[in-house]
Design a protein around this ligand. Structure first.
Ligand SMILES: [Zn+2]
Ligand SMILES: [Zn+2]
Length: 829
């Protein structure tokens, strides 16, 4: 190897050395602190894109720094390899989904290895292999036994193009998230996982997720949608039937002047019975059809009919009209609401449109003594004080809710309750490339789970993928026909496959013991590594993946497999990669292929650039100039080390540090220690990887500028050697190949990444103190020493605490304080 920076040769050499030395093998070692670093595993679409490069480069810096800092690190990777694209590609190109997927995995594995990411490749998992999805089936069967997996008929979102069911979150503006085809509704028997059983705990668990972005927690909170209130029953006049409503504002029930039920409500036939049955029936049919076509109620014009039927308000005994409307959904609450137009915006609008009476029952606090007989001109939704509410008048709203709830319970009118927006998770997919749901249907025994000994239920490889409607497995006779495990009579296999989000809900457990053969994972191994110390991935997974994983973890805990309740106490959502002002995408035609960059500049430059250009959680704008700049920086480091190789001729280590002082060597040594401190904290505490890089650059600049002068003295040469060696060591997590090569060329034996992370001397790293002058009304009263760049608020607090300043103020609070960082606090009394 010559002295030119031949990145291709350097990178290949060290990738081989790491692989041969199994440098990244995760070892359970109780004598060391553990660190489990996880990046969201990729879908093997065929090629790594820049979003992957960013995600994995961020993770790699942290993993490598932790290894050097003495942690036992688990940094695994795998493939989220089941799902629709493989099947669609198969239909289009005639390849088998398995071939397509495994080819893509092979190519992407090569790309990741070329990036020099510190993965423990011995722990690679691939969800499309039976050895993995067998455990999806095992977990499903345990859930089936516990009643957490169940089957029911339900309305589902259907994409006719993808020919499959979509989750509500996968319907965007009424269309399919993948192909934009308008989504229709279909009634189907589906398998569900009972995530609602964990709704309260999923919400309560947020208390342990203080290291998550606030907006992600808020999205989950909205999705879970917990409401507390009460269920109360309105008896239908002339029948013994009741309509139950859920309300979060029981305190307003004296103002309930109508009821509204969903067009899909089971009481509808009773409501429309009578002389207007035909007319009302037609309206209901039309509305139901319309609602099923388009579930985004927000966009629908409110429409309703008065059925002419009445129901009794259980608190007032008053008869109120019962309406059917299109804006009440059957699958939220009870499918019926009480209309309180004075205190609910939507009800107000509806009552105005249809001439329904509006009665004030809540007054703003302080106005409860006034009369509220006239219809109000606008809606009042705040909590106030009850008026026109019989014995409850005069109570504050929150107190009234409690008392009225108790009253309803005592008289059997209803009960206080909590409801959730979150629905059970429908996992049935009518596609081939997924995990077969391990049950059979037997005429005699009904639905029977496949015994554990018969797992995995393997996907047959000889299927015809034609793109016709229905599951391809349904047409595979050999797969469908089987025998019942209970009675050994003929039975049919379930042909639905699982939503691929099942695979990703527990893969992070599998990494702990990836070849475990008797359980999804070895509990002791999971106990050694879990929870994940840092999880990095795109914010598009804020709801589905991150909430399903939290749900699965709680279920696995309840199976006794893990003590952990929250798998990811720290989640870092990496920002988007953009170019020319928009996200890189095929449709925008602004994609930069990582392979091209790897060929032209090498992995170290690409990694350094992507980390240097912006903080991990912020958007990152691609720029060829920035990339070029990072390449030049690495070249400069390469050059300066080679130009000064003679400094390293002496024995390794034992650099004598010049004493503190103002001369060039002392300043460089100080800067070196400050840089170690900054980079260590930027990586390990603040995750400001970009500023870590810039401080390494600053250290380089100082060393380069003063090199000639430093060469004059032994202390100077010693300081220069320390600075250069430190630059190489600190660069190691960012540009690991170049750093290893320079480490070797400066006479070190053994892998740099196996050497210890540099440690700073706190005394040497300490900044010079700033002398801050304190003035009161323009007159200097005192001075104090402050650490550099102390924030204004702290400066002011320190100044105001000074005895001389207090004396000058004479015990009065200051009128105004103006401060200048590192210099001055000016107080006006
Ligand atoms: Zn679609
Ligand atoms: Zn049977």
């Amino acid at each position: 190897m010559t002295e030119t920076y031949d990145f291709a040769a350097v990178e290949t050499k060290w990738q081989r050395a790491w692989e041969d030395g199994r440098a990244f093998a995760a070892v359970e070692d109780p004598s060391k602190p553990k660190y489990y670093l996880l990046e969201m595993y990729p879908y093997p679409s065929g090629r790594i894109h820049m979003g992957h490069v960013r995600n994995y480069s961020i993770g790699d810096v942290i993993a490598r720094q932790k290894i050097m800092a003495g942690y036992s690190v688990l940094h695994p990777i795998g493939w989220d390899a089941l799902g629709m694209p493989a099947e669609n590609a198969a239909i289009k190109h005639g390849t088998h989904p398995r071939t397509w997927t495994l080819d893509n995995v092979a190519h992407m594995r090569t790309q990741l290895k070329r990036m020099g990411i510190s993965y423990d490749w011995d722990r690679e998992v691939n969800t499309c292999l039976p050895e993995y999805y067998k455990w999806n089936q095992w977990i499903f069967l345990r859930m089936l036994e516990k009643g957490l997996a169940f089957r029911k008929e339900s309305w589902v979102n259907w994409c006719s193009q993808c020919r499959t069911v979509l989750a509500n979150e996968q319907v965007v503006g009424g269309g399919c998230w993948r192909c934009d085809t308008p989504v229709t509704q279909k009634k189907m028997e589906q398998w569900f996982l009972k995530i609602t059983a964990y709704a309260d705990e999923l919400l309560a668990g947020h208390a342990q997720l203080s290291k998550w972005p606030e907006h992600v927690l808020q999205m989950q909170k909205n999705w879970i949608g917990r409401s507390t209130g009460a269920h109360v029953r309105f008896r239908l006049d002339g029948t013994d039937k009741s309509i139950e409503v859920f309300t979060t504002r029981l305190d307003t029930i004296y103002g309930a002047t109508f009821l509204v039920v969903s067009a899909e409500h089971p009481v509808v036939p009773d409501l429309i019975a009578g002389p207007r049955e035909k007319e009302l029936g037609a309206w209901v049919d039309r509305t139901v059809a319309e609602m099923r076509k388009r579930r985004d109620i927000g966009e629908t014009e409110k429409d309703g009919v008065d059925t002419g039927k009445k129901a009794f308000n259980p608190f007032t005994g008053e008869k109120v009209p019962v309406w059917i409307a299109n804006y009440v959904l059957m699958d939220y609450g009870t499918g019926a609401i009480m209309g309180v137009p004075a205190h609910d915006g939507r009800d107000f609008e509806f009552a105005r449109a249809y001439g329904i009476p509006i009665r004030t029952v809540i007054a703003p606090a302080g106005r409860a003594g006034e009369r509220f007989d006239a219809e109000p001109a606008e809606v009042f939704e705040d909590l106030g004080v009850l008026v026109n509410s019989g014995p409850f008048s005069g109570l504050p709203a929150d107190k009234a809710m409690e008392e009225m709830g108790r009253y309803a319970e005592e008289r059997g009118l209803g009960r206080r309750s909590t409801i959730f927006r979150i629905r059970d998770w429908g996992i049935s997919r009518q596609r081939y490339w997924g995990t077969p749901i391990p049950v059979v249907t037997c005429d005699r025994c009904g639905i029977v789970g496949v015994p554990d000994a018969d797992l995995p239920v393997e996907l047959p490889l000889d299927v015809k993928l034609t793109g016709e409607e229905g599951s391809p497995l349904e047409r595979h006779e050999g797969f469908v026909h089987t025998t019942c495990p209970k009675c050994h009579g003929p039975a049919r296999r379930e042909t639905d496959t699982m939503d691929t989000f099942v695979d990703s809900s527990w893969y992070f457990f599998r990494y702990c013991s990836p070849r475990e053969g008797s359980l999804p994972f070895r509990p002791e191994a999971a106990a050694a590594w879990l929870p994940v110390d840092l999880y990095i991935g795109g914010v598009e997974h804020a709801i589905l993946h991150l909430i399903y994983s939290r749900f699965f973890t709680k279920v696995l805990r309840d199976f006794g497999l893990t003590p952990v309740s929250e798998p990811f106490p720290h989640y870092l959502a990496q920002g988007m990669v953009t170019k020319d002002g928009s996200a890189m995408s095929k449709s925008k035609g602004n994609i930069v292929d990582p392979d091209d960059i790897l060929n032209k500049y090498g992995a170290d430059t690409l990694r350094l650039f992507i980390l240097f250009a912006s903080p991990p959680d912020k958007e990152f704008a691609w720029s060829e100039d920035g990339l070029e700049g990072c390449y030049r920086f690495l070249l400069r480091v390469w050059t300066i080390v080679h130009e000064n190789l003679d400094l390293f001729a002496g024995p390794a280590g034992g650099v004598d540090v010049p004493a503190a002082g103002g001369d060039a060597p002392a300043r460089l040594v100080k800067k070196t220690h400050q840089t170690i401190r900054k980079v260590t904290e930027d990586i390990g505490v603040r995750f400001h990887l970009n500023t870590a890089v810039s401080s390494i650059m600053e250290l380089y600049n100082m060393a380069r500028k003063e090199r000639d002068a430093l060469y004059e003295t032994p202390a100077g040469r010693s300081a220069l050697r320390l600075a250069l060696e430190t630059i190489v060591r600190l660069l190691s997590p960012f540009a690991p190949h170049l750093a290893e090569e320079l480490w070797e060329r400066t006479g070190h034996r053994g892998l740099l990444m196996r050497s210890a992370w540099p440690v700073y001397d706190a005394g040497l790293a300490r900044e010079e103190m700033a002398t801050v002058v304190v003035q009161v009304n323009g007159k200097v009263r005192d001075r104090f020493e402050a650490v550099p760049d102390l924030p204004e608020a702290d400066l002011e607090a320190a100044a105001l605490a000074l005895t001389k300043v207090q004396a000058a103020l004479g015990g009065k609070p200051p009128r105004k304080v103006i401060s200048v960082r590192n210099k001055l606090v000016n107080i006006v009394s």
